[in-house]
Design a protein around this ligand. Structure first.
Ligand SMILES: Cc1cc2nc3c(=O)[nH]c(=O)nc-3n(C[C@H](O)[C@H](O)[C@H](O)COP(=O)(O)OP(=O)(O)OC[C@H]3O[C@@H](n4cnc5c(N)ncnc54)[C@H](O)[C@@H]3O)c2cc1C
Length: 380
């Protein structure tokens, strides 16, 4: 492959960060024929990737987000037959639920946009909603069902991607903390350096410490998981208010998002807290999430919760991911700021990055993700 940096470096590509985004990038560069090294200070997929819900969803609120999530969901569907069983890939479908007429209008508009691009979707009234998902409380106005949307267990996929690319268990995986990224090389905490023509900063919420021109805000999320109650929930149930919360600038918000796991457990979320970096579980937030979820799925009130945890989403200035070459540091590429969609969009992010490096027409329009907008936004 053609590298944009000096051709005689020891490795073509160094990826910093072995979350789902970094491992997808590493796998994509390796598949394109590049020699790749991956550096992480902790376990593979141990950052936000281990904390997320792994819901693979198309979000259509902004055109760029719509294009990236659609392309990535298509790539996940292609990859699915190869994934190992422990990746827990399953297709429960998504049920967006409306509590009032205004939310049902949102569902209707979403339905029209999805149908226009050929995505399988069904608009349901309140009665039909209960038919497809009997765990919901009666009295909801209606909803939108996306029967082909899937879920996955992201840290297993991250490891598997490195394994398949021949990076796991060898010298190409470097367990170390990166202190500095600059064009052509990465400096580790012990002062040693790794050289490469292409360096990818995929360090999640800490990406801004390695590329300080980019501001990333942390958005903490809580999740909890129940005991096993097989067969009691069919879909990933998400209230339509979730979209409002995901895009809102409010410092703190909670929305119902409950996922059936292959084990029969219910994964219950979710919350968003801007600029909170303390990873501690806050009982107050768990109580808010549980109360909201029970409003939609009353039988949850009688279930045992066995574990709760938190994770930090990384948010750019405009909420869209940052994918592309650093505007002034040639050969430094960024794959950051994926907020609550990094699992969904990891595969398309990696594909886009390789397309850009190879100077190919990208399959997803790249302009909205250009890192230059974040550097400029910070300077202004
Ligand atoms: C509660 C919650 C629910 C979510 N649900 C979903 C969902 O349903 N669907 C979805 O698509 N997304 C979801 N997300 C978002 C998703 O989890 C993230 O967008 C995604 O995991 C980000 O992946 P990443 O690889 O960019 O970051 P990370 O997984 O955080 O990986 C970054 C890696 O970089 C390493 N690193 C950082 N700094 C250094 C350094 N200096 N030196 C060496 N290594 C370093 C870290 O150790 C880490 O392993 C959710 C997130 C949360 C918190």
């Amino acid at each position: 492959m053609s590298a944009s940096g000096a051709p005689d470096h020891a490795t073509d590509v160094v990826v910093v960060g072995a979350g789902i985004v970094g491992t997808a990038c590493a796998a994509a560069f390796a598949a394109a024929g590049a020699s790749v090294r991956v550096i992480d200070r902790g376990p593979i997929g141990g950052g936000a990737t281990a904390a997320g819900m792994g819901h693979l969803m198309v979000l259509d609120d902004a055109p760029a987000e719509f294009a990236l999530t659609r392309r990535s969901c298509a790539l996940w569907t292609e990859l699915a037959p190869e994934l190992p069983p422990r990746a827990e890939y399953s297709v429960p479908g998504t049920l967006w639920v409306a509590t009032d007429a205004a939310e049902f209008d949102v569902a209707r508009a979403k339905f029209a946009r999805l149908k226009e691009v050929g995505i399988d979707a069904e608009l349901l009234d309140g009665i039909a909603l209960l038919d497809v998902e009997p765990a919901l409380r009666p009295g909801l106005v209606g909803g939108l069902r996306l029967p082909t949307e899937a879920v996955v267990y992201p840290p297993v996929v991250a490891r598997w991607l490195l394994d398949r690319a021949g990076i796991l268990g060898g010298p190409s995986l470097v367990p170390a903390r990166v202190a500095r990224i600059e064009p052509g090389r990465v400096t580790l905490e012990d002062g040693s350096t790794l050289a490469a023509g292409i360096i990818v900063n995929a360090a999640g919420v800490d990406g801004g410490t390695l590329t300080p021109e980019i501001t990333l805000r942390a958005r903490k999320g809580h999740l909890m998981i129940t005991d096993r109650y097989p067969g009691q929930l069919r879909h990933e149930v998400v209230e339509l208010g979730y979209i409002k919360n995901a895009h809102s600038a409010a410092l703190e918000s909670v929305a119902c998002n409950v996922q059936p796991r292959a084990t029969g457990q219910w994964l219950v979320g979710s919350s968003r807290q801007f600029d909170v970096v303390d990873p501690g579980v806050e009982p107050r937030m768990l109580a808010r999430i549980a109360a909201r979820a029970v409003e939609f799925l009353p039988r949850l009130a009688h279930m045992n919760v066995v574990r709760a945890w938190t994770g930090l989403r990384a948010v750019s200035v405009d909420g869209l991911p940052i994918i592309g070459e650093h505007p002034t540091q040639r050969g430094v590429w960024l794959a950051l700021g994926h907020e609550g969609l990094g699992v969904t969009t990891a595969l398309a992010t990696a594909e886009l990055l390789v397309d850009l490096v190879e100077r190919r027409e990208p399959r997803v329009p790249a302009a909205a993700f250009d890192p230059a907008r974040c550097v400029a936004a910070r300077a202004s």
